[in-house]
Design a protein around this ligand. Structure first.
Ligand SMILES: [Zn+2]
Length: 195
């Protein structure tokens, strides 16, 4: 899957002489356009929590208003997490909104939609890598075990045979050990049967 900005070098996307840009919310031109990631909603339900974030863009006044509004809406669903997560995050962004000039994403010419998509792809890549690592570790841990070890090692190898990091040699080694264990078991079983 390719995305249009994949092939564009990042440097060339920087705005050369940004000057005043229109606020997408109120339409007023501003020298201090901000784009920040903040929680869209947070739900804390004692045994766990779920949350989603979004990128908000606007002049300092509009961006402060949307952050205050999002923070207010999340008081009840976030409850405990509001104090430890939502409030500090909001305060940091509110303070940052008083800095002069456009914020980094604005200067890099990354729209809120692009920023969100980059975030999604980064998270997907991270969870793929983690899954491969989990399987590689399981394969290495259980490869010595007859019967149980083989599916683990085979699964680890299947998940990692195209990996470029340590998971590939580890899972390949686990599969080799598992194959050797099974060959040994087969030889011993055959020897016992023939006796
Ligand atoms: Zn505005």
């Amino acid at each position: 899957m390719t995305h249009p900005w994949d092939k564009q070098p990042r440097q060339s996307r920087w705005l050369d002489a940004p000057g005043a840009l229109p606020c997408p919310v109120c339409g007023e031109p501003t020298e201090h356009l901000k784009q920040y990631r903040f929680v869209a909603w947070v739900v804390f339900y004692l045994i766990g929590a779920t949350y989603s974030t979004a990128y908000y863009r606007g002049c300092p006044r509009c961006v402060r208003r949307v952050i205050a509004k999002r923070a207010a809406w999340n008081v009840v669903p976030a409850n405990l997490l509001w104090v430890v997560l939502v409030l500090p995050w909001a305060l940091v962004l509110l303070a940052a909104s008083y800095r002069k000039g456009h914020s980094r994403d604005v200067l890099r010419n990354i729209s809120p939609q692009e920023a969100a998509l980059i975030e999604t792809r980064r998270n997907a890549a991270a969870s793929e890598v983690n899954w491969g690592r989990v399987l590689a570790v399981c394969g290495a841990l259980f490869c010595w075990a007859p019967v149980v070890g083989l599916p683990f090692a085979a699964l680890a190898f299947w998940a990692n045979y195209r990996a470029t990091n340590w998971t590939r040699p580890v899972s390949a080694g686990a599969l080799a050990v598992s194959a050797a264990v099974h060959a040994l078991v087969a030889v011993l079983a055959l020897g016992a049967a023939l006796r």
